[in-house]
Structures are given as C-alpha cells and as structure tokens.
Design a protein around this ligand. Structure first.
Ligand SMILES: *[C@@H]1O[C@H](CO)[C@@H](O)[C@H](O)[C@H]1NC(C)=O
Ligand SMILES: *[C@@H]1O[C@H](CO)[C@@H](O)[C@H](O)[C@H]1NC(C)=O
Ligand SMILES: *[C@@H]1O[C@H](CO)[C@@H](O)[C@H](O)[C@H]1NC(C)=O
Ligand SMILES: *[C@@H]1O[C@H](CO)[C@@H](O)[C@H](O)[C@H]1NC(C)=O
Ligand SMILES: *[C@@H]1O[C@H](CO)[C@@H](O)[C@H](O)[C@H]1NC(C)=O
Ligand SMILES: *[C@@H]1O[C@H](CO)[C@@H](O)[C@H](O)[C@H]1NC(C)=O
Ligand SMILES: *[C@@H]1O[C@H](CO)[C@@H](O)[C@H](O)[C@H]1NC(C)=O
Ligand SMILES: *[C@@H]1O[C@H](CO)[C@@H](O)[C@H](O)[C@H]1NC(C)=O
Ligand SMILES: *[C@@H]1O[C@H](CO)[C@@H](O)[C@H](O)[C@H]1NC(C)=O
Ligand SMILES: *[C@@H]1O[C@H](CO)[C@@H](O)[C@H](O)[C@H]1NC(C)=O
Ligand SMILES: *[C@@H]1O[C@H](CO)[C@@H](O)[C@H](O)[C@H]1NC(C)=O
Ligand SMILES: *[C@@H]1O[C@H](CO)[C@@H](O)[C@H](O)[C@H]1NC(C)=O
Length: 466
C-alpha cells in the first residue's frame, strides 16, 4: 500500500488565479424559469375520521409479536475487549485514508448507503417510530378540526399558531413516508386513535407529552441500530420532532427547555405510552414485539395550568402520559390570564415560574395498575411485567436514572420523594417532562444500557417536573 503524504499532494490542488467580471446586477430579473426537479411522492394517507375508544369485537390475535425466546434477560457484561484501546490523546494513530480524513468511523469506507433496515431490532424500532409519526399526523389535524378558533383563542393561540400546528402535521407526512420507504411494503399503516383531552389546553399538554416520548423513544435506540444509514435519516426527522416538543411547551406557557440534555428511553416504554391512544388498526397491520407495561398514575402530578402548579391532586386525565386536566381549576387559580409576571402561563417564547411545578423534596403520591390489562390497537396487546412488586421509583431524566424508595406501599399505592441531584453542576437533573417508572431493583444503568432495566420495570408513567 502506498502512503501519500498530504504535502506531496498539494501541488495538484494549486489554484489557477483568474480575474472574472462578477455578473451582479442590483435588480434581479424574475423572468427566468426553473423546471421543477422530480418530487418524490408521499405515502398515501387520509384523514382519520373515527376517534374514541375501541368498541369492536375482541381481537383475533393478542399479545406482542414473538418467536423463540432464548433467555429471560440479557446478562450484564464488562466493557468489550477493545473498549479502552484507543488512547484519546489528540494524536493521529493510523494513516489517513484520504486527505483530511481521519481513519475509523462506521460507514466511511465508500460503500454506498442503501437505507434499508438490517435486523429485527432495526425493523421493530423503525416500525415503532412509524406508529408514532402516524399518531402525530392525526393528533395535529384532529386538534385543528375539533376545537374552534374561539377555543384556540381562549387558550392564547392565534391564527399563526394554528398554522404552525398544521405545518407540524404536514411534517409528519414526510416523516411517515421516509420511515415507510425504509421498511418496505409491510410498513405499519395509519390506525384510529383516542385522545384523553376535552379542551385546547389539555390537548396542548397531551401533545407536549406525546412528542416527548416520541422523541425520547427514538433517542433510546438510534445509536443501537445496525443500519447507521437508516439512523442518519431518522435522526434528521427526529430533530424536527424535538422542535415540535419545544413549541408545544411554549404553547403551554412553560419554560421551553429546562434541561441541558434530552432523555432517551427504551422502545417498550415508548410503546407503553403510545399504544393506549391507538384504538384500532386495519386487519393485516404489522404488529410489534415491544412490551406494554402497566400504567403509573401520578396522583399529585404537577398541573401547568395552575398558578401554583405543584398544588394539584388527582388532576390528570388518566395514567400513562398523566396529561393535565383543567376540570377542577377555578378561574382565580388558573394562570392563563394572570397579569403577574412569573405566574402568567399564556403562550410565549419563555416564561419563568415563580412557583415551581415541582422541586427536590416534593412528596409524590403514586398508584399503579396490575398487569394483564388489554391495551392498544383493538385492545390486542396485554400489559405485562416480569418484575416483582415495586419498591423503587426510577426518575429517568437527562443523562440520569436515580432511584428513590417507595414509602408506605399499600394496595398499589405508595409515595416517594423527588430526588435532589444535578446532572452536571448547575443543571438540576429532574426538570421538564420526564419519565417515572416503578422497579423492583435499583439497578445501575446509564443512557446506552437503560433497556437492561426492563426486566425490573413494573409500571411506566410521565412526570411533569418543570
Ligand atoms: C385533512 O384535513 C385537513 C384539514 O384539517 C386538510 O387540509 C387536508 O387536505 C386533509 N388531508 C387529506 C389527505 O384529506
Ligand atoms: C450499564 O452501564 C454501566 C456503565 O456505563 C455499568 O456500570 C452497568 O453495570 C451497566 N448496567 C447493566 C445492568 O448492564
Ligand atoms: C465497507 O463497510 C461496509 C459496512 O459499512 C462493509 O459491509 C463493506 O464490506 C466494507 N467494504 C470494504 C471494501 O471494506
Ligand atoms: C382568559 O381570557 C380569555 C380572553 O379574555 C377568555 O376567553 C378566557 O375565558 C379566560 N380564561 C380564564 C380561565 O379566565
Ligand atoms: C394490507 O392489505 C392491504 C389491502 O389488501 C394492502 O394494500 C397492504 O399492503 C397490506 N399490508 C400489509 C402490511 O400486508
Ligand atoms: C380492528 O378493528 C377494526 C375495526 O373494528 C377492524 O376493521 C380490524 O379488522 C381489526 N383488526 C384486527 C387486527 O383484528
Ligand atoms: C404551592 O403549592 C405547594 C404544594 O401544595 C405549597 O407547599 C406552596 O406553599 C404553594 N405556594 C404558594 C406560593 O402558594
Ligand atoms: C381521582 O378522580 C377520579 C375521578 O374523579 C376518581 O374516580 C378517583 O377515585 C380519584 N382518585 C383518587 C386517588 O383520589
Ligand atoms: C427568571 O428566573 C431566573 C432563575 O430563577 C432568574 O435568575 C431571573 O431573574 C428570572 N427573570 C425574571 C424576569 O423573572
Ligand atoms: C427547572 O428549570 C427552570 C428553568 O431553568 C428553573 O426555573 C427551575 O427552578 C428548575 N426546577 C428545578 C426543580 O430545579
Ligand atoms: C387493601 O386491600 C385490602 C383487600 O382488598 C383491603 O382490605 C384494605 O382495606 C385495603 N387497604 C387500603 C389502605 O386501601
Ligand atoms: C448523572 O449523569 C452524569 C453524566 O453521566 C454523571 O456524571 C452523574 O454522576 C449522574 N448523577 C447521578 C446522581 O447519578
């Protein structure tokens, strides 16, 4: 092999110096035409017309897709054999494959990317993300179709805000098309849905939480995909979804991004949080392998619609997402029309909250469901857990999983205390829209092996910590 020194090649790259008259005029003409390039079609889709809980016949197939199972869990192992080999000293340790091109990397050897899933892991993960894109497409259209202009205006959302919501729905058409193309003809199709909301503010809160688990569900598996080319495309759609999540927070009058790092979660948590809002899917819909855990109900889930959001009891529209309910808020407790800075929560670029939604040391009351409950499309998935009865709450936020003990456990209820910890100095780890799960063990896990916790997870919910 011939090793080229970079300096030897520079002669070939020497520039020819030419002097050109720059063809600039101050008034550009508008008479040129530009033939449109080929535009790839989007995947056929329609506006879902029926919403609400599933009321059809019992499903013919139940449970997650499965096949032979080799072991109850993946054993924890020490780091791989080469994990510490690279010196990380700022020097180059191998010849450059080409100028300005350090050796190494995945997908860098010149072989053409094909953007196809390469494993069951890839297929099931991308299919899960596609279920998510389809529900978002419907959810964003549904809100616009369901609530009147007046109802949006009462929540402080004007015509331009509603157009942004419509635009978000259109983005989902692109995302669903992209993921469908990478899966092929068996890609999951649109379903029908039910949403735990009765007004615009509940709808915005639900959308904020739904996009959070959509985003986090992808971050959890993105770097585990076999097909890095598929991951590249997915990354470029999920960053759009992350922006949607932040915009819903702004629509809700929350601080747009109260964390330094966005959290990732296992696929089965995302599916647990997504499936209950899917009512039914067509008969030959491609099913998923992921687990549905029982719901965690946060009895004093902070309510962002209140002046004092932490002063809420049983103000959600149900478990899983634990979306806010406005039903019990008196007008003088409602922050939307407050004139006080730090209390007002009308839509805005950013809002400070004088009374924090939650705080370290807050007593949090919990209730959880038993497994064995039918959920998801056609009620055809069944909640399950392989954990013993829970004794810890795991706070999953930013880069951290922190356990707090459950106290006074009685008949599927208990309380625990919001932990006090920072991801890095100055960054309270528990802030924003986070994941709270109950476990039977305080297993040490980090962002890249969080899925190892699944055999110990009993129930899954979302906590509105900021
Ligand atoms: C769905 O409904 C929206 C209005 O809510 C409309 O703009 C759009 O064209 C409809 N899409 C389809 C595919 O019918
Ligand atoms: C997860 O990774 C951390 C290192 O980042 C390791 O210490 C821990 O044992 C792993 N947990 C499991 C359950 O594999
Ligand atoms: C280049 O890398 C791909 C995997 O990304 C591998 O399949 C292929 O064999 C490699 N090609 C060469 C010439 O090493
Ligand atoms: C807030 O003000 C708007 C506009 O005046 C009004 O429509 C809405 O009902 C008020 N909401 C509350 C909770 O007072
Ligand atoms: C389901 O059936 C429809 C209509 O026959 C077909 O177009 C679609 O490709 C099928 N989907 C799957 C996943 O097989
Ligand atoms: C789910 O329910 C819908 C509506 O009742 C029905 O058309 C469909 O065939 C059902 N799907 C399955 C997989 O049973
Ligand atoms: C807000 O609610 C919390 C919890 O109920 C309470 O401890 C706190 O005193 C309240 N703050 C104000 C300013 O009312
Ligand atoms: C919460 O409210 C619902 C409906 O109002 C009620 O059925 C339930 O018992 C309440 N739960 C608690 C723990 O107060
Ligand atoms: C917003 O909150 C931060 C942090 O508590 C504080 O430093 C800042 O002064 C507040 N700004 C306003 C305008 O309230
Ligand atoms: C969450 O972040 C907001 C905005 O930076 C800050 O005002 C608040 O104090 C934080 N909450 C906690 C519990 O640290
Ligand atoms: C727990 O359940 C048992 C049996 O159903 C019942 O007798 C008991 O009163 C319950 N305890 C509480 C605190 O609800
Ligand atoms: C939170 O995560 C950071 C980054 O991985 C780590 O350095 C820190 O020790 C973690 N904190 C706790 C309390 O686990």
């Amino acid at each position: 092999m011939v090793a080229y020194k970079l300096s030897a090649g520079t002669a070939l790259l020497s520039l020819t110096v030419r002097s050109l008259a720059v063809p600039v005029v101050s008034e550009p003409t508008t008479t040129f035409t530009s033939t449109p390039a080929f535009t790839p079609p989007v995947r056929p889709h329609s506006n879902v017309t029926d919403h609400g809980p599933y009321s059809g016949p019992p499903p013919t197939t139940t449970g997650a897709k499965t096949t032979d199972v080799l072991a109850p869990s993946i054993p924890a192992l020490p780091p791989g054999p080469n994990a510490f080999d690279y010196p990380s000293d700022g020097e180059l340790h191998a010849p450059l494959p080409a100028p300005y091109t350090p050796s190494g990397g995945v997908g860098t050897n010149g072989s053409a990317p094909v953007y196809r899933v390469l494993s069951d892991f890839d297929y099931e993960s991308i299919a899960l993300a596609l279920y998510q894109e389809w529900i978002e497409l419907d959810l964003f259209h549904w809100g616009l179709a369901t609530f009147s202009e007046e109802e949006f205006e009462e929540a402080g959302l004007k015509a331009e805000d509603r157009y942004l919501l419509q635009f978000m729905a259109e983005q989902e058409v692109g995302h669903a098309t992209l993921l469908s193309n990478m899966l092929g003809p068996s890609a999951p199709v649109q379903c029908s849905y039910n949403y735990p909301v009765t007004n615009v503010r509940e709808y915005i809160d639900f959308s904020q939480k739904l996009t959070r688990y959509g985003e986090a569900g992808v971050y959890g598996f993105l770097n585990h995909l076999n097909a890095h080319d598929v991951g590249q495309m997915l990354l470029q759609s999920i960053t759009t979804e992350a922006r949607q999540q932040m915009i819903f927070r702004q629509f809700e009058g929350l601080f747009p991004m109260p964390e330094w790092f966005q959290v990732g979660i296992p696929q089965s948590w995302a599916w647990t949080l997504l499936a209950p809002y899917i009512s039914s899917c067509p008969a030959n819909q491609t099913r998923l392998v992921w687990q549905n855990f029982p719901a965690l109900h946060i009895l004093n889930q902070p309510n962002p619609a209140r002046n004092n959001g932490s002063n809420a009891w049983n103000e959600t529209t149900g478990g899983y997402t634990n979306t806010l309910s406005t039903a019990d808020i008196e007008d003088d407790e409602d922050c939307i029309n407050s004139t006080e800075e730090g209390v007002n929560c009308s839509p805005g670029i950013t809002n400070n909250r004088t009374n924090p939604l939650s705080y370290p040391g807050r007593q949090v009351f919990l209730q959880w469901d038993e497994p064995g409950f039918p959920v998801g499309p056609n009620n055809s998935y069944i909640t399950s857990t392989s954990a013993n009865p829970p004794v810890f709450a795991a706070w999953v936020s930013q880069l951290n999983v922190t356990y707090t003990p459950l106290e006074e456990i009685q008949n599927n209820t208990a309380w625990t205390v919001q932990p006090n910890m920072e991801t890095f100095a100055g960054d309270p780890a528990v802030n924003g829209t986070i994941f709270l799960v109950l476990t039977d063990l305080d297993l040490y896990v980090t962002p890249y092996n969080l899925t190892q916790l699944n055999p110990h997870v009993y129930a899954v919910g979302m906590y509105q910590s900021g």
